[in-house]
Structure formats: structure tokens, C-alpha cells
Design a protein. Structure first.
Length: 157
């Protein structure tokens, strides 16, 4: 190709760094859900679980941190959602569709409500399920992960 037809190219080589599974450093994060809105808590926790808050985020690698959520029984919903929200599960059999209201779910197992909200914001793949395994939710203020020294972060209400 003659010189006058060549496109100019930068002599600097640019490359994107992709995090490898072994070189990711995991931290433990503690979130107190007391008085927080369920959706705002879930988006922050899902972002940390995926690792999107880190500069070395790679979509196809698990770069996220462990998340410990305490006081899951004190999470709130805005408006009339607490009265209208329902959870459902299907057994696979005819007539096997079961419904449960938000209030009943919070009375019986509040940690499952928070887990459902957070895991619903993760990818529906094997990587998303692996990231969901790093989520630890507890209804009360105590948790058994004190040895990991989780760093408490503030989430806007």
C-alpha cells in the first residue's frame, strides 16, 4: 500500500486488563439493613457481589467481595408495596402454585426475602450462582463472621 493511503496508527500498545480468578483479592463487607429500603439495599449488595465497584471488574470472572447483611428483619418497603407484594413458587405439579405475602414472609423468614431480592439482581448463570454463594444474610444483629473482619459500609436509605 502506498504511503499516502496508509491509516495512521498510534505506536502505543493499548490492552485491556482482564482479572484472572486467582489474582482477585476478596474482602468481607458488612451491611446493616436496619431501616433500609429493600431495593436500595439489594442493588448495593448485588453490585459488591459482582465486583462492579472495583476497577479490575471483569464480566466473565468472579471479582466480587463477600457480603454479610444483618438486621434483615428491619428492612422496609415504600408505599403500599408491603400490602400488595407477593412471592410465589411452583412445585411443577398441577395446582402446585403457592403464594406468600410479603408480611407473612417477613414474619416467617426475613432473611429469605432479602436473599430473593439480591439474587434476583445477579446474572442467571453459573457465575451468578457462584456470586450468590458469597451472600450471607442474618435476621438479627449477630453473625458468625467476626473472624473475617468485615468492613461496615453505609448504604443510603
Amino acid at each position: 500500500m502506498p504511503p499516502h493511503q496508509r491509516k495512521w496508527r498510534s505506536p502505543v500498545k493499548k490492552s485491556t486488563h482482564y482479572a484472572k480468578p486467582g489474582e482477585v483479592e476478596r474482602k468481607w463487607v458488612l451491611i446493616d439493613a436496619d431501616g433500609l429500603t429493600l431495593g436500595r439495599l439489594a442493588t448495593k449488595a448485588a453490585m459488591i457481589l459482582r465486583g462492579k465497584d472495583k476497577p479490575q471488574f471483569t464480566p466473565n470472572t468472579d471479582t466480587g467481595d463477600f457480603v454479610v447483611v444483618i438486621n434483615a428483619d428491619k428492612v422496609v418497603l415504600t408505599g403500599v408495596k408491603a400490602d400488595h407484594k407477593r412471592y410465589w413458587r411452583y412445585s411443577g405439579w398441577l395446582g402446585g402454585l403457592k403464594f406468600e405475602s410479603y408480611k407473612d414472609a417477613m414474619a416467617n423468614h426475613p432473611e429469605r426475602v432479602v436473599e430473593h431480592a439480591i439474587k434476583g439482581m445477579l446474572p442467571k448463570t453459573t457465575l451468578g450462582r457462584k456470586q450468590g454463594m458469597k451472600l450471607k444474610v442474618y435476621a438479627g444483629p449477630e453473625h458468625p463472621h467476626a473472624a473475617q473482619n468485615p468492613v461496615k459500609i453505609e448504604v443510603e436509605a
